[in-house]
Ligand binder design. Structure first.
Ligand code: NAP
Length: 316
């Protein structure tokens, strides 16, 4: 089978197409013919070598966690799935599992049934960003109807879902992105769009109940300043975790600051997919690449100008 592998850490150029053995389903495994792969910033961080997961890789390594596809074979211990099922999920994140391949193995708890009306590309795009946005808003920010929330990077993968989920929760949503993405972000339901390239968001978004930050650094410091005393802030990039200046600022302002780590939940994944099927939640796949152009998909993510999600199509 074809797979995209890395034999060293580095730029997107280290991603190479290779011929690898097709995996065989063990007793408790499911063999999936991959249709689409969702690409996330973490993929590029692992590839570059600086992520915790990078240390555990053995070369040649196959990256990739978010996939959709069709079940081709099941081990004798599998009861929930059968050949021909259309599925999607997050493969063993943060373990090493190899989603950049024509075929992958999954356990029963790593995948869920894909609703028929949700395209493979949109399903593959969902797991990491959908779970992150859902958990950020509900587990950590605990958004309640009528509260105000600021969503940073609202045009990106996590942000564009967070805006919609915050609206569904009944929040008043302030959202930052570049001016060119104003119409897109407003179409998601944002009440107050802020062009971070020309407006200081902390001047406009004041006394917020909660903020979801996607940047860290100065953006995080200003995010802490724009929540009310006792407010809540989540900061998504784990590379900024435990920034002492942010912790001190949060302490001074009595702000609850958390760096969350996405966890897997098939219940939440199925709920989000159902919302997509019912057209209550819109997954915007802004950039689609062929399997051969995996390196360009990584370059797109690293541009920091991604609108919605980056997806790579496999096998048609
Ligand atoms: N902790 C976790 O479990 C977890 C899970 C998922 C993701 N993450 C992290 O969360 C971050 C966001 O992930 P993602 O998938 O949403 O990334 P993404 O799709 O690549 O985000 C790109 C977006 O960032 C926006 N942006 C760039 N600079 C900005 C700024 N100064 N202010 C506001 N927006 C800005 C861009 O908006 P414009 O193009 O409109 O300028 C673009 O839409 C990443 O660092 C990722 O690693 C963490």
């Amino acid at each position: 089978m074809k797979a995209v592998v890395i034999n060293e850490f580095g730029t997107a150029d280290v991603l190479k197409m290779a011929e690898m053995p097709k995996p065989v389903a063990g007793e408790d495994q499911i063999l999936i013919s991959v249709k689409a792969i969702g690409i996330n910033p973490v993929d590029t961080k692992v590839r570059a070598g600086g992520h915790l997961i990078s240390k555990r890789l053995k070369f040649p390594a196959i990256l990739g966690w978010d996939i959709s596809g069709v079940v081709e074979d099941c081990g004798s211990g599998i009861t929930k799935f059968k050949s021909g099922d259309e599925v999607f999920g997050n493969l063993g994140f943060p373990n090493l599992s190899g989603g950049y391949a024509e075929y992958v193995l999954a356990n029963e708890n790593e995948i869920v049934i894909k609703p028929k009306d949700v395209p493979f590309e949109e399903a593959a795009a969902l797991p990491v960003v959908g779970l992150t946005a859902y958990q950020s808003l509900h587990d950590y920010l605990k958004i309640k109807s009528g509260e105000s929330v600021l969503i940073q990077a609202a045009s990106g993968g996590v942000g564009h879902l967070a805006v919609q989920l915050a609206k569904i929760a009944g929040a008043m949503v302030f959202a930052t992105a570049s001016g060119k993405n104003k119409d897109f972000v407003e179409s998601l339901g944002a009440d107050r769009f802020i062009d971070y390239t020309s407006e200081g968001f902390s001047v406009i978004a004041k006394n917020m109940d909660a903020v979801q930050d996607a940047m860290g650094g100065e953006v995080l410091y200003d995010s802490i300043r724009c929540v009310k005393q006792g407010g809540r802030v989540v900061c998504l990039p784990s590379s900024t975790k435990d920034d002492p200046k942010a912790i001190e600022l949060a302490r001074q302002r009595n702000v609850n600051l958390v760096w969350p780590m996405m966890y897997k939940s098939n219940e939440q994944l199925s709920l989000l997919a159902r919302m997509m099927e019912e057209r209550k939640l819109r997954m915007h796949v802004g950039h689609v690449f062929s399997f051969e152009r995996m390196a360009d998909a990584h370059r797109q993510i690293e541009s920091h100008w991604t609108v919605g999600k980056v997806v790579v199509k496999v096998n048609g």
